[in-house]
Design a protein around this ligand. Structure first.
Ligand SMILES: [Zn+2]
Ligand SMILES: [Zn+2]
Length: 383
Protein backbone atom coordinates (compact mmCIF):
# COMPACT_ATOMS: atom_id res chain seq x y z
CA UNK A 1 0.00 0.00 0.00
CA UNK A 2 1.22 3.42 -0.90
CA UNK A 3 0.57 6.39 1.35
CA UNK A 4 0.75 9.84 -0.10
CA UNK A 5 1.75 12.52 2.30
CA UNK A 6 1.18 16.12 1.19
CA UNK A 7 3.68 18.49 2.60
CA UNK A 8 3.82 22.22 2.10
CA UNK A 9 7.24 23.32 0.99
CA UNK A 10 7.95 26.46 2.97
CA UNK A 11 11.45 26.82 1.69
CA UNK A 12 11.70 29.13 -1.34
CA UNK A 13 8.14 30.39 -0.90
CA UNK A 14 9.14 34.05 -1.18
CA UNK A 15 11.10 33.40 -4.39
CA UNK A 16 8.16 31.57 -5.94
CA UNK A 17 5.70 34.35 -5.08
CA UNK A 18 8.08 36.90 -6.56
CA UNK A 19 8.47 34.89 -9.76
CA UNK A 20 4.71 34.51 -10.05
CA UNK A 21 4.07 38.26 -9.62
CA UNK A 22 6.85 39.19 -12.08
CA UNK A 23 5.38 36.77 -14.61
CA UNK A 24 1.88 38.22 -14.16
CA UNK A 25 3.13 41.80 -14.53
CA UNK A 26 5.04 40.99 -17.72
CA UNK A 27 1.86 39.28 -19.02
CA UNK A 28 -0.18 42.45 -18.33
CA UNK A 29 2.45 44.70 -19.89
CA UNK A 30 2.64 42.51 -22.99
CA UNK A 31 -1.16 42.46 -23.28
CA UNK A 32 -1.26 46.27 -22.97
CA UNK A 33 1.40 46.72 -25.66
CA UNK A 34 -0.28 44.22 -27.98
CA UNK A 35 -3.61 45.98 -27.70
CA UNK A 36 -2.29 49.54 -27.97
CA UNK A 37 0.73 49.21 -30.25
CA UNK A 38 1.12 52.16 -32.60
CA UNK A 39 4.25 53.00 -34.60
CA UNK A 40 3.63 56.72 -34.02
CA UNK A 41 3.35 56.31 -30.27
CA UNK A 42 5.97 58.30 -28.42
CA UNK A 43 6.28 60.60 -25.45
CA UNK A 44 5.04 63.67 -27.36
CA UNK A 45 1.98 61.82 -28.57
CA UNK A 46 1.07 60.82 -25.01
CA UNK A 47 1.61 64.39 -23.74
CA UNK A 48 -0.57 65.72 -26.57
CA UNK A 49 -3.31 63.25 -25.64
CA UNK A 50 -3.14 64.22 -21.98
CA UNK A 51 -3.24 67.93 -22.86
CA UNK A 52 -6.19 67.46 -25.22
CA UNK A 53 -8.83 68.41 -22.58
CA UNK A 54 -6.89 71.62 -21.81
CA UNK A 55 -6.72 72.50 -25.52
CA UNK A 56 -10.41 71.80 -25.84
CA UNK A 57 -11.16 74.03 -22.87
CA UNK A 58 -8.95 76.83 -24.22
CA UNK A 59 -10.43 76.52 -27.72
CA UNK A 60 -13.99 76.69 -26.46
CA UNK A 61 -13.80 79.07 -23.55
CA UNK A 62 -10.71 81.21 -24.06
CA UNK A 63 -12.86 83.90 -25.66
CA UNK A 64 -14.93 84.35 -22.50
CA UNK A 65 -12.05 83.49 -20.18
CA UNK A 66 -10.05 86.34 -21.68
CA UNK A 67 -12.78 88.83 -20.78
CA UNK A 68 -12.88 87.49 -17.20
CA UNK A 69 -9.08 87.84 -16.97
CA UNK A 70 -9.15 91.44 -18.22
CA UNK A 71 -11.87 92.19 -15.69
CA UNK A 72 -9.74 90.63 -12.91
CA UNK A 73 -6.66 92.67 -13.88
CA UNK A 74 -8.74 95.87 -13.88
CA UNK A 75 -10.36 95.13 -10.51
CA UNK A 76 -7.08 94.12 -8.85
CA UNK A 77 -5.22 97.17 -10.14
CA UNK A 78 -8.04 99.47 -9.02
CA UNK A 79 -8.08 97.81 -5.58
CA UNK A 80 -4.32 98.22 -5.11
CA UNK A 81 -4.41 101.90 -6.14
CA UNK A 82 -7.44 102.60 -3.92
CA UNK A 83 -5.79 100.99 -0.89
CA UNK A 84 -2.54 102.87 -1.58
CA UNK A 85 -4.52 106.14 -1.30
CA UNK A 86 -6.79 105.03 1.55
CA UNK A 87 -4.12 103.45 3.80
CA UNK A 88 -0.73 104.52 2.46
CA UNK A 89 -1.35 108.21 1.84
CA UNK A 90 -2.37 109.20 5.42
CA UNK A 91 0.49 107.08 6.76
CA UNK A 92 3.09 108.90 4.64
CA UNK A 93 1.46 112.29 5.16
CA UNK A 94 1.97 111.93 8.93
CA UNK A 95 5.60 110.93 8.32
CA UNK A 96 6.67 113.58 5.84
CA UNK A 97 4.56 115.80 3.60
CA UNK A 98 7.26 116.45 0.99
CA UNK A 99 8.08 112.76 0.52
CA UNK A 100 4.33 112.13 0.23
CA UNK A 101 4.01 114.62 -2.65
CA UNK A 102 6.97 112.99 -4.41
CA UNK A 103 5.48 109.50 -3.90
CA UNK A 104 2.10 110.59 -5.27
CA UNK A 105 3.70 112.13 -8.40
CA UNK A 106 6.04 109.16 -8.96
CA UNK A 107 3.28 106.61 -8.30
CA UNK A 108 0.91 108.32 -10.72
CA UNK A 109 3.59 108.40 -13.42
CA UNK A 110 3.90 104.60 -13.04
CA UNK A 111 0.11 104.25 -12.99
CA UNK A 112 -0.26 106.32 -16.17
CA UNK A 113 2.19 104.04 -17.96
CA UNK A 114 0.54 100.88 -16.61
CA UNK A 115 -2.94 101.96 -17.70
CA UNK A 116 -1.78 103.24 -21.10
CA UNK A 117 0.25 100.14 -22.03
CA UNK A 118 -2.42 97.76 -20.76
CA UNK A 119 -5.19 99.53 -22.66
CA UNK A 120 -3.07 99.63 -25.84
CA UNK A 121 -2.07 95.98 -25.41
CA UNK A 122 -5.71 94.93 -25.13
CA UNK A 123 -7.05 97.15 -27.91
CA UNK A 124 -4.26 97.02 -30.54
CA UNK A 125 -4.62 94.10 -33.00
CA UNK A 126 -1.35 92.14 -33.23
CA UNK A 127 -1.36 92.33 -37.04
CA UNK A 128 -2.58 89.76 -39.57
CA UNK A 129 -1.42 88.80 -43.06
CA UNK A 130 -3.60 90.55 -45.68
CA UNK A 131 -6.55 88.53 -46.96
CA UNK A 132 -6.89 87.86 -50.64
CA UNK A 133 -3.92 89.96 -51.74
CA UNK A 134 -0.41 88.97 -52.71
CA UNK A 135 2.38 89.08 -50.18
CA UNK A 136 5.89 89.73 -51.40
CA UNK A 137 7.56 87.05 -49.30
CA UNK A 138 6.14 83.79 -47.96
CA UNK A 139 7.94 81.43 -45.66
CA UNK A 140 5.39 78.60 -45.79
CA UNK A 141 1.72 77.81 -46.18
CA UNK A 142 -0.56 77.77 -43.13
CA UNK A 143 -2.26 74.39 -43.02
CA UNK A 144 -5.22 75.81 -41.12
CA UNK A 145 -5.82 79.06 -43.04
CA UNK A 146 -4.63 77.46 -46.33
CA UNK A 147 -2.87 80.67 -47.25
CA UNK A 148 0.78 81.78 -47.48
CA UNK A 149 2.53 82.75 -44.26
CA UNK A 150 4.98 85.69 -44.26
CA UNK A 151 8.25 85.06 -42.40
CA UNK A 152 7.89 84.98 -38.56
CA UNK A 153 4.10 84.62 -38.85
CA UNK A 154 2.45 81.83 -36.87
CA UNK A 155 -1.04 80.50 -36.57
CA UNK A 156 -2.87 81.13 -33.30
CA UNK A 157 -5.30 78.36 -32.47
CA UNK A 158 -7.26 80.54 -30.03
CA UNK A 159 -7.77 83.41 -32.50
CA UNK A 160 -7.98 80.80 -35.29
CA UNK A 161 -5.95 82.96 -37.67
CA UNK A 162 -2.37 83.71 -38.60
CA UNK A 163 -0.64 86.43 -36.57
CA UNK A 164 2.35 88.51 -37.70
CA UNK A 165 5.48 87.86 -35.61
CA UNK A 166 3.30 85.97 -33.15
CA UNK A 167 4.68 85.83 -29.62
CA UNK A 168 1.89 84.09 -27.72
CA UNK A 169 -1.83 84.31 -27.06
CA UNK A 170 -2.29 86.25 -23.84
CA UNK A 171 -5.50 85.62 -21.85
CA UNK A 172 -4.60 88.50 -19.50
CA UNK A 173 -4.84 90.86 -22.46
CA UNK A 174 -7.60 88.83 -24.14
CA UNK A 175 -5.54 89.36 -27.27
CA UNK A 176 -2.78 87.79 -29.28
CA UNK A 177 0.63 89.33 -28.70
CA UNK A 178 2.31 89.95 -32.03
CA UNK A 179 3.99 92.48 -34.27
CA UNK A 180 1.95 95.62 -33.49
CA UNK A 181 1.30 95.17 -29.75
CA UNK A 182 4.27 93.25 -28.36
CA UNK A 183 5.92 96.51 -27.19
CA UNK A 184 2.76 97.47 -25.26
CA UNK A 185 2.64 93.99 -23.74
CA UNK A 186 6.25 94.09 -22.59
CA UNK A 187 6.21 97.65 -21.29
CA UNK A 188 2.96 96.94 -19.47
CA UNK A 189 4.68 94.08 -17.62
CA UNK A 190 7.77 96.17 -16.95
CA UNK A 191 5.75 99.09 -15.54
CA UNK A 192 3.54 96.72 -13.56
CA UNK A 193 6.60 95.18 -11.90
CA UNK A 194 7.97 98.68 -11.24
CA UNK A 195 4.54 99.67 -9.83
CA UNK A 196 4.24 96.79 -7.39
CA UNK A 197 7.92 97.20 -6.43
CA UNK A 198 7.11 100.85 -5.68
CA UNK A 199 4.14 99.84 -3.50
CA UNK A 200 6.23 97.18 -1.73
CA UNK A 201 9.10 99.60 -0.99
CA UNK A 202 6.81 102.47 0.06
CA UNK A 203 4.74 100.10 2.20
CA UNK A 204 7.61 98.11 3.70
CA UNK A 205 7.74 99.91 7.04
CA UNK A 206 3.96 100.22 7.19
CA UNK A 207 3.61 96.48 6.57
CA UNK A 208 6.23 95.74 9.22
CA UNK A 209 4.51 98.00 11.79
CA UNK A 210 1.03 96.66 11.13
CA UNK A 211 1.69 92.96 10.53
CA UNK A 212 4.75 92.33 12.71
CA UNK A 213 4.91 94.93 15.50
CA UNK A 214 1.12 94.87 15.66
CA UNK A 215 0.86 97.76 18.14
CA UNK A 216 -2.52 99.44 18.37
CA UNK A 217 -1.34 102.06 20.88
CA UNK A 218 -4.28 101.28 23.20
CA UNK A 219 -6.85 101.58 20.43
CA UNK A 220 -8.85 98.42 20.39
CA UNK A 221 -11.17 97.30 17.69
CA UNK A 222 -13.93 96.35 20.14
CA UNK A 223 -13.98 99.67 21.91
CA UNK A 224 -13.57 101.94 18.94
CA UNK A 225 -17.22 102.35 17.90
CA UNK A 226 -18.24 103.12 21.48
CA UNK A 227 -15.37 105.39 22.29
CA UNK A 228 -15.14 107.55 19.18
CA UNK A 229 -16.84 110.88 19.88
CA UNK A 230 -17.66 109.96 23.49
CA UNK A 231 -16.15 111.17 26.76
CA UNK A 232 -14.12 108.33 28.28
CA UNK A 233 -12.49 107.39 31.53
CA UNK A 234 -10.13 104.61 32.54
CA UNK A 235 -11.52 101.89 34.79
CA UNK A 236 -9.55 100.02 37.45
CA UNK A 237 -8.12 97.46 35.04
CA UNK A 238 -6.83 100.22 32.77
CA UNK A 239 -9.40 99.82 29.99
CA UNK A 240 -11.03 102.86 28.45
CA UNK A 241 -14.77 102.87 28.96
CA UNK A 242 -17.32 105.46 27.88
CA UNK A 243 -18.59 107.88 30.51
CA UNK A 244 -22.32 107.41 30.94
CA UNK A 245 -23.18 109.99 33.62
CA UNK A 246 -21.50 113.26 34.37
CA UNK A 247 -20.87 112.24 38.01
CA UNK A 248 -18.34 109.70 36.77
CA UNK A 249 -15.91 112.51 36.00
CA UNK A 250 -13.21 112.66 38.57
CA UNK A 251 -12.30 116.30 38.38
CA UNK A 252 -9.32 115.99 40.67
CA UNK A 253 -7.47 113.09 39.02
CA UNK A 254 -8.58 113.76 35.50
CA UNK A 255 -9.45 117.41 35.17
CA UNK A 256 -11.00 118.61 31.93
CA UNK A 257 -8.09 120.90 31.21
CA UNK A 258 -4.54 119.92 31.95
CA UNK A 259 -1.00 120.49 30.73
CA UNK A 260 0.06 116.86 30.71
CA UNK A 261 1.34 115.44 27.42
CA UNK A 262 -1.42 113.56 25.65
CA UNK A 263 -0.40 110.24 24.03
CA UNK A 264 0.21 110.49 20.30
CA UNK A 265 -1.46 107.82 18.24
CA UNK A 266 0.55 107.11 15.10
CA UNK A 267 -1.11 106.36 11.78
CA UNK A 268 0.44 102.86 11.84
CA UNK A 269 -1.29 102.19 15.20
CA UNK A 270 -4.56 103.56 13.81
CA UNK A 271 -4.25 101.23 10.79
CA UNK A 272 -3.41 98.25 13.03
CA UNK A 273 -6.51 98.91 15.12
CA UNK A 274 -8.76 99.41 12.09
CA UNK A 275 -10.11 95.98 11.10
CA UNK A 276 -10.53 96.76 7.39
CA UNK A 277 -7.34 98.73 6.96
CA UNK A 278 -5.37 95.91 8.55
CA UNK A 279 -6.97 93.39 6.15
CA UNK A 280 -6.17 95.76 3.28
CA UNK A 281 -2.49 95.73 4.26
CA UNK A 282 -2.48 91.91 4.19
CA UNK A 283 -4.19 91.98 0.78
CA UNK A 284 -1.60 94.44 -0.56
CA UNK A 285 1.31 92.35 0.72
CA UNK A 286 -0.01 89.13 -0.84
CA UNK A 287 -1.07 90.69 -4.17
CA UNK A 288 2.00 92.84 -4.75
CA UNK A 289 4.52 90.14 -3.82
CA UNK A 290 2.81 87.53 -6.04
CA UNK A 291 2.61 89.93 -9.00
CA UNK A 292 6.21 91.02 -8.44
CA UNK A 293 7.60 87.49 -8.59
CA UNK A 294 5.29 86.23 -11.36
CA UNK A 295 5.71 89.17 -13.72
CA UNK A 296 9.35 89.63 -12.68
CA UNK A 297 10.12 86.13 -13.95
CA UNK A 298 8.22 86.83 -17.17
CA UNK A 299 10.02 90.10 -17.97
CA UNK A 300 13.37 88.37 -17.48
CA UNK A 301 12.33 85.50 -19.78
CA UNK A 302 10.93 87.81 -22.45
CA UNK A 303 13.86 90.18 -22.02
CA UNK A 304 16.26 87.35 -22.85
CA UNK A 305 14.28 86.57 -26.01
CA UNK A 306 14.26 90.24 -27.03
CA UNK A 307 18.02 90.42 -26.52
CA UNK A 308 18.39 87.48 -28.89
CA UNK A 309 15.95 88.93 -31.46
CA UNK A 310 13.43 86.12 -30.99
CA UNK A 311 9.71 85.94 -30.35
CA UNK A 312 8.54 83.37 -27.77
CA UNK A 313 7.48 81.04 -30.58
CA UNK A 314 10.87 81.41 -32.28
CA UNK A 315 12.67 80.84 -28.97
CA UNK A 316 11.18 77.32 -28.92
CA UNK A 317 11.91 76.63 -32.58
CA UNK A 318 15.43 78.06 -32.44
CA UNK A 319 16.25 76.10 -29.31
CA UNK A 320 15.56 72.83 -31.13
CA UNK A 321 17.43 74.04 -34.24
CA UNK A 322 20.43 74.90 -32.08
CA UNK A 323 20.33 71.41 -30.61
CA UNK A 324 20.39 69.90 -34.09
CA UNK A 325 23.41 71.86 -35.24
CA UNK A 326 25.12 73.93 -32.66
CA UNK A 327 27.73 75.53 -34.90
CA UNK A 328 25.71 76.13 -38.04
CA UNK A 329 22.55 77.71 -36.67
CA UNK A 330 22.28 81.50 -36.65
CA UNK A 331 19.09 83.40 -35.95
CA UNK A 332 18.74 85.64 -39.03
CA UNK A 333 16.88 88.32 -37.00
CA UNK A 334 19.53 88.72 -34.32
CA UNK A 335 21.32 92.01 -34.93
CA UNK A 336 23.06 92.09 -31.56
CA UNK A 337 21.56 92.96 -28.22
CA UNK A 338 21.61 96.74 -28.51
CA UNK A 339 20.04 96.93 -31.94
CA UNK A 340 17.49 94.20 -31.09
CA UNK A 341 16.25 96.31 -28.18
CA UNK A 342 16.24 99.47 -30.28
CA UNK A 343 14.10 97.73 -32.89
CA UNK A 344 11.84 96.19 -30.27
CA UNK A 345 11.19 99.53 -28.56
CA UNK A 346 10.81 101.25 -31.92
CA UNK A 347 13.58 103.72 -31.12
CA UNK A 348 14.21 104.55 -34.76
CA UNK A 349 13.68 107.76 -36.77
CA UNK A 350 14.99 109.97 -33.99
CA UNK A 351 12.73 108.56 -31.24
CA UNK A 352 14.24 108.72 -27.77
CA UNK A 353 14.08 106.52 -24.70
CA UNK A 354 13.01 109.48 -22.57
CA UNK A 355 10.06 110.49 -24.72
CA UNK A 356 8.97 107.16 -26.23
CA UNK A 357 9.57 104.65 -23.45
CA UNK A 358 9.36 106.61 -20.21
CA UNK A 359 6.12 108.24 -21.37
CA UNK A 360 3.15 106.82 -23.25
CA UNK A 361 3.82 106.70 -26.97
CA UNK A 362 1.70 105.23 -29.76
CA UNK A 363 4.51 104.92 -32.33
CA UNK A 364 4.21 101.80 -34.50
CA UNK A 365 7.15 99.41 -35.03
CA UNK A 366 9.31 100.14 -38.04
CA UNK A 367 8.33 98.07 -41.07
CA UNK A 368 5.09 96.26 -41.87
CA UNK A 369 5.59 92.84 -40.27
CA UNK A 370 5.32 91.14 -43.67
CA UNK A 371 8.88 91.48 -44.89
CA UNK A 372 11.92 91.52 -42.63
CA UNK A 373 15.47 92.63 -42.72
CA UNK A 374 17.85 89.83 -41.81
CA UNK A 375 21.51 89.74 -40.91
CA UNK A 376 22.10 88.68 -44.54
CA UNK A 377 20.34 91.57 -46.24
CA UNK A 378 20.24 94.43 -43.73
CA UNK A 379 21.16 97.76 -45.25
CA UNK A 380 24.15 99.54 -43.77
CA UNK A 381 22.43 102.51 -42.15
CA UNK A 382 19.30 100.63 -41.10
CA UNK A 383 17.39 101.51 -39.04
ZN1 LIG B 1 -3.06 80.36 -40.12
ZN1 LIG C 1 -4.35 84.46 -30.42
Amino acid sequence: MVVFQWRFQWRGLYGRIKDYITWKISQIVLTFYTLTFNTHMDQNYIIDCLLEPIFWFVDNFAGNLGKVFVFCVTVLTTAVVTIAYWVGLPYWWQKNEYITVFLVVFGNWLLLNIVFHYYMGVSTPPGYPPHGSMISEAASICKKCISPKPPRTHHCSVCDRCVLAMDHHCPWLNNCVGYFNVRYFYLYMAYMVAGVAFVIIAGLDLGYQVLWVNDTGGLTQEHDPDLIGHPVRMNQSGVLVPVQVIAEYDSENSPREHHLPTPVITEAQRITAHPWKRKAVVFMAVTCLSVFFALGTLIIMHGKNISKGETSVEAHINASLRKLDKNQFRNPYNFGRKKNWKLFLGLTQGRTFFRNVLFPSKHPPSGNGLTWHTIHNAIEDWP
